[in-house]
Design a binder for this molecule. Sequence first.
Ligand SMILES: [Zn+2]
Length: 52
Amino acid sequence: MANYYCVMCSSEFDPSDATFEQLLVNDTFFCRRCWTDIMTSEYDSDYVLQLS
Ligand SMILES: [Zn+2]
């Protein structure tokens, strides 16, 4: 089983704990906490591009 590390806070997380929304877009780059922050603060179609 692979370990996943959040690209935002660098903490390890369990991808099986991903939210339903994450699974819909096949997005497991973020831990659930950061994903929730993104969803509530700046959710749009190109948020991933803002990381670079
Ligand atoms: Zn995180």
